[in-house]
Design a protein around this ligand. Sequence first.
Ligand code: C5P
Length: 240
Amino acid sequence: MNKRPKGMVIAIDGPAGVGKSSVGRTIASRLGYSFLNTGQMYRALAWKAIKEGTDVSDESEIARMAGRIKWNFKKISGPAIKISVDGNVLDKELSDEEVGKVSSAVAKMPQVRKFMCSMQRRIGGCGGIVMEGRDIGSNVFPDAEVKIYLDASARARAKRRKMQLLKSGLGADYSRILEFITARDKQDTLRRHNPLVRTKDSFYIDTTKLSKKEVIAKIFRILRNINVKVRNNSARKAAF
Ligand code: C5P
């Protein structure tokens, strides 16, 4: 296992819409760690490809573009690492539906995955980071000190997504959302290169019937069992 003097790597993997980001950000914030949502990196590349009108089925072209981009990863406020691409700090544009679709296409490309994986290793190499995605514990950091696999039924995830959309005043069609989530699960698990898998050494948490607070409490219990020093008292409370 790597020696990571400044803290551990906590890998969180799981299917789309399971709450990895929201849980991961809270865990990172309580530990004083950084937080990286690696899906945003694939989305950022997709955003750039759309903006430049690059052929998104041309793997060599997309990989070349990834190499040409001036990537920047910085914490602006809070634990989340923000991604900037050629000087554009990306945020809301990454939630765009088209960006999401193209990101799935580029995430299948082995050359792109190799490139992203090496950036992710560089970002997390010193530890003190919660990193979430699909292949963090299985591929990016197979030696991560803690691996969490979050899961929930497709129906539960679709229901949560519907509630989120309604809360933001947007329309939400449950069957369409469920269809979308099921399709994403298929893409993620059947992908040839670095598919979503649950590794044997990961802690499995089925969140179907759990609140965010309960999931976080479970993770802190796991961390406590492996002797993590939690920085503040509120985290301690959640753990005990
Ligand atoms: O999680 P999110 O939907 O933002 O991810 C965008 C795309 O990147 C998805 O298609 C997802 O499968 C892919 N991805 C990946 N590996 C990761 C993180 C995300 O292939 N570590």
